[in-house]
Design a protein around this ligand. Structure first.
Ligand SMILES: [Zn+2]
Length: 297
């Protein structure tokens, strides 16, 4: 029931060998922690006993940062019990009447236990109030559908009204093709809301996590007053093979990784996941407006 199923029957868009390669690559970049007692780290290739992995989801052998779900992110970022979710029940329509879209969304919902690819809410981080949005790469690759855009926009507007800083943890494959132009409009909608938040003199921090690509990089991921990133996160717009094929040049070592983007001015600081909460708490405290110490200092 795929729009392109008829074409696929007769020819492939990629040569067979390349397709095999891209399948392998896909496998390597997929969710890093499957079910079972043992897992394999895609970076150092070590087989790791699952119980050795802490709540930070780091490889005990090489320190690689595995992908996290919003619930796991909240647990290591927000003060315990402080997170209050916004718009948890918002679900997508099928604006383009894309065949099978409802089933695809349903499958992602079953897999993740979430309604959509972003979780938003307010919380405290080391005692500082903030509004946060956390995207989830496990839900249709964190693609930016209308609900993702609407939830982030509402969260930012709430923050503007309440004079609160915003933190967005980005991870996305970019636009959601099943929502066509509606998906692309979310880039402008979120950016506009962030513009009003900025005009009110409020702080916006982005935390880029692996992978942040496509329309999310091209809009709100890069609009942060402060842009942090996790180590070795993939950050880019178009895929590397597309770029290489367009410019006919070999791409440099580490291209589109967080360290490369920091060297080229797109990322302010790379922060290890275990230090991220402390770093965010410090930045929030430094940028508090019109507030005095809360007595704990
Ligand atoms: Zn490893």
């Amino acid at each position: 029931m795929n729009l392109f199923s008829k074409r696929k029957k007769y020819f492939s868009l990629e040569p067979q060998t390349d397709r095999k390669k891209s399948d392998k690559k896909k496998k390597e970049q997929g969710p890093s922690i499957p079910n079972g007692m043992w897992i394999k780290c895609n970076t150092c290739k070590m087989i790791i006993y699952k119980k050795e992995i802490t709540e930070y989801k780091l490889c005990p052998s090489c320190g690689a940062h595995f992908r996290m779900t919003p619930a796991e992110r909240i647990a290591v970022t927000c003060d315990e019990g402080s997170f209050q979710e916004f718009d948890a029940d918002m679900i997508p329509e099928n604006p383009m009447e894309y065949p099978d879209y409802d089933r695809i969304v349903g499958k992602a919902q079953d897999k993740t236990g979430l309604r959509e690819a972003v979780v938003t809410g307010r919380c405290q981080i080391e005692g500082n109030d903030a509004v946060i949005a956390i995207m989830d790469s496990h839900f249709m690759m964190g693609s930016m559908g209308s609900v993702v855009g609407e939830k982030i926009t509402r969260a930012v507007e709430y923050a503007t009204g309440e004079k609160l800083p915003v933190i967005i943890f980005t991870t996305s494959g970019g636009a959601r093709m099943q929502e066509g132009i509606i998906s692309l409009m979310q880039m402008a909608k979120v950016s506009e809301a962030l513009g009003r938040h900025d005009a009110a003199g409020l702080l916006y921090i982005t935390v880029l996590t692996d992978p942040t690509t496509g329309g999310v990089t091209a809009s709100f991921a890069m609009l942060g007053d402060i842009i942090l990133s996790e180590p070795k996160a993939l950050i880019g717009f178009a895929g590397q093979r597309v770029i290489q094929g367009t410019i006919h040049q070999k791409l440099p070592e580490g291209f589109q990784r967080a360290e490369f983007q920091q060297d080229h001015g797109f990322v302010d600081r790379i922060v290890h996941r275990e230090e991220l909460r402390g770093e965010l708490g410090k930045i929030l405290k430094l940028h508090q407006t019109g507030k005095r110490g809360n007595g704990n200092e």
